[in-house]
Write a protein that binds this ligand. Structure first.
Ligand SMILES: O=c1ccn([C@H]2C[C@H](O)[C@@H](COP(=O)(O)OP(=O)(O)OP(=O)(O)O)O2)c(=O)[nH]1
Ligand SMILES: [Mg+2]
Length: 156
């Protein structure tokens, strides 16, 4: 079931965020400005919208895979987190990972997608010692490469 979200257009000409297909997770966001991002550079763009999420929700600003594949463009802080209490314009920090070509966007181009999720807040309880677990403190590649998956020897 869709969640009702209040929205204001800070730029009256931008479209409301739209889902391309029924059931899509991400609603596309557009840039309100023309921008050219040099190889390796980044640029913050506005989307022209502000929202009021219900308590217990957050919205996450995700990159679009087509832009990643076609242009090498992603979002620096992916996914960007929009807090329920945030009432400002949703902005997107685009980054051009391409080594040679600038990434060029025109006002109205779809540059990111917004994913709504229910989120929990933790109540943190400090303890002297954490309960044990199978993983323990293993991480950062401790399970080895794909071809070694299941090898509990902790190969490289
Ligand atoms: O891609 C993003 C990420 C964040 N925001 C807005 C909504 C979010 O609620 C607010 C703060 O984001 P975040 O907590 O990630 O940034 P911060 O660096 O911790 O700033 P602050 O000190 O304001 O929390 O900025 C965006 O518009 N786009
Ligand atoms: Mg913050």
């Amino acid at each position: 079931m869709p969640v009702d979200v209040l929205i204001t257009r800070l730029d009256p000409d931008v479209p409301l965020p739209g889902y391309a297909h029924p059931g899509d997770a991400g609603a596309d966001l557009v840039t309100t400005s023309d921008v050219s991002i040099a190889p390796g550079e980044r640029a913050m763009v506005g989307t022209g919208i502000a929202i009021a999420l219900p308590a217990g929700y957050a919205a996450f600003v995700h990159p679009r895979s087509g832009l990643a594949h076609r242009l090498g463009v992603s979002i620096v802080n992916t996914p960007g987190t929009v807090d329920a209490g945030y009432r400002g314009e949703i902005k997107v920090v685009l980054v051009n990972h391409d080594l040679r070509e600038p990434a060029v966007f025109a006002r109205g181009d779809r540059i990111a997608q917004l994913v709504l999720q229910r989120v929990e807040q933790a109540r943190f309880h400090e303890v002297e010692r954490l309960p044990g677990s199978a993983r323990g403190d293993g991480g950062y590649g401790s399970t080895g490469t794909a071809s070694q998956a299941g090898d509990s020897a902790g190969g490289r």
